[in-house]
Design a protein around this ligand. Sequence first.
Ligand code: 3PG
Length: 306
Amino acid sequence: MKKVLVATIKPFAPDAVTGIQKVLDRAGYESILLEKYENQEELVKSVENVDALIVRSDKADKEVIRAGRNLKIIVRAGAGYDNIDLEAASAKGIVVMNTPGQNSNAVAELALGMMVYIARNCFDGKPGRELKGKTLGIHAYGNVGKLVATIAAGFGMDIYAYDPFIESYVIEKDGVKVVDSAEELYRTCQYVSLNIPANEKTKESINYDLLNLMPAGATLVNTARKEVVREKSLLKIFTERDDFKYVSDIAPDCKDKIEANYPGRVYFTPKKMGAQTAEANINAGIAAANQIVDFIEKGDTIFKVN
Ligand code: 3PG
């Protein structure tokens, strides 16, 4: 009997867990649930005899991969797979997949929610600003970026996007204007929504030179990863510009400093919660379970990332 470990420090909604278990039961697989574990050793121990692993932002590092003697597949129930050591997995012939698009709407809704919150002075009752008519830059037009654009259009925002990997006409047919460089995007837009993955190329790529191009009333919205923003630049821009605001689902290491010094201009969710809705959990969790069954039964490698 194939064994599948579902390891989530931040648990899925109960309906998502039931859905995952149903898919695995139907395939005749055993599902093992490891939730809210407190240290990495628990994950290392639990992975020892399983054939497949489902994770969220949980770290599938070298030790986990080494310990998974029978491991054939790891599925990241979500988009970003920067938490998985792809090199170590590939070296052991383990397939790694993500579930693109399954939790994107939840993340996009949070991006707009944070924009409204900061534009209305964190709901302190004083006159704020509206999103209508403001320029919004979508930095990377993937599944989340596209949905941010769709929702922002409903607010009447003027939407731009920069994505060197997507043909302009694909973006333009959504009524979004395409710019040719990140610099142009930041120069044009009062709001910039970060939807880029964290990798060697993007880490710390959102730096002072880019941020300082933003026009008056600048707000940076980060539902991507904290690592993509250079924190030194963030601190410098806050010191120099009293119009700059930052909202993020992933608090920077300098959180305490900027919260204390710039109240009303920053907001960080208490825990990374962009994808933390029942709908997103159900979509991503069940997709992950189905991808595992399809891989083991039919060799289907859809959404393989290594
Ligand atoms: C993702 O990459 O899918 C999101 O960042 C969600 O991460 P989470 O599953 O840890 O909430």
